[in-house]
Design a protein. Structure first.
Length: 263
């Protein structure tokens, strides 16, 4: 499968898995604290559902050759979802996320290759693979926020981790808090499993990743790929760190958690 094909297939698999759980959630389950600070499970579903509605409008606009609906539309969607009851958020998520996923699935090969989508927050329109991957990132991480409410050992799915590990766009420079470094610089050799990868995390301004491996890094960090993705998304607290994560030298997990506090 091509790049967009792979991401869209993983989106469908993730939707079906989460929808199966959400369909059986009781009112008490929807009210449980989630892995996202200050949100209950229903509020995470609201975020995912409203995001799906906004993303679908962006894809539809691109298909029609129209402009992105813009901030005014986004705020109207958020206001609508914020006013919903917990049960309405869950039911709305099931409809909205399926609708977005089905729209991606409906795009033929030529459209998946040529269409450019204005997401409204990036400097230029992006291809279908990039737009779908950004949605997959949001969906996968917030799905974890829901699953961890019921299972403290929850991990990101392996297929999603593989699709997200080195995908574009690279947002580390945007999400990393360089002021935490207090002028320090370090090049850390990161080794992941499932999938296996070796790369360098450069703690500097701006924070970046590359594959220019050094024989003498300032530190090393070995962990599953899904844990790496949760780390840079602010979701690898000590209690949610799997066994076997290993560090040496300047690769201090407490520092990295502060550099990547979440988004």
């Amino acid at each position: 499968m091509g790049n967009a094909d792979t991401v869209i297939a993983v989106l469908r698999k993730g939707h079906d898995a989460l929808a199966s759980s959400v369909s059986g959630f009781s009112d008490d389950a929807l009210a449980r604290p989630s892995g996202a600070a200050e949100w209950d499970v229903s509020q995470v579903l609201s975020h995912l559902g409203s995001g799906a509605e906004i993303a679908r409008a962006g894809v539809e606009a691109a298909l029609e050759g129209a402009a992105n609906p813009g901030p005014g539309f986004n705020h109207s969607v958020w206001d609508k979802w914020n006013a919903m009851t917990r049960r309405e958020r869950a039911d709305g998520f099931l409809r909205a996320n399926h609708s977005l996923t089905a729209l991606y699935e409906s795009l033929d090969a030529g459209t998946r290759e040529k269409l450019r989508i204005d997401l409204g927050f990036l400097p230029a329109p992006v291809d279908v693979a990039t737009a779908a991957r950004l949605r997959l990132s949001e969906f996968t991480l917030h799905s974890w926020d829901i699953r961890v409410a019921f299972d403290e050992q929850a991990a990101l799915p392996t297929d999603a981790a593989a699709a997200l590990l080195h995908g574009e766009p690279d947002l580390l420079a945007w999400i990393g808090k360089t002021e935490v470094l207090e002028g320090r610089h370090a090049a850390l050799h990161i080794t992941t499993t499932e999938p296996a990868s070796d790369f360098v995390l450069r703690l500097q301004t701006p924070i970046s990743v590359d594959f220019d491996l050094s024989e003498r890094p300032d530190g090393t960090l070995a962990l599953p790929a899904e844990a790496w993705l949760r780390l840079v998304a602010g979701r690898l607290s000590a209690r949610h760190t799997p066994d076997g994560v290993a560090t040496t030298g300047a690769a201090d997990l407490d520092l990295l958690r502060r550099v990547f506090p979440g988004y």
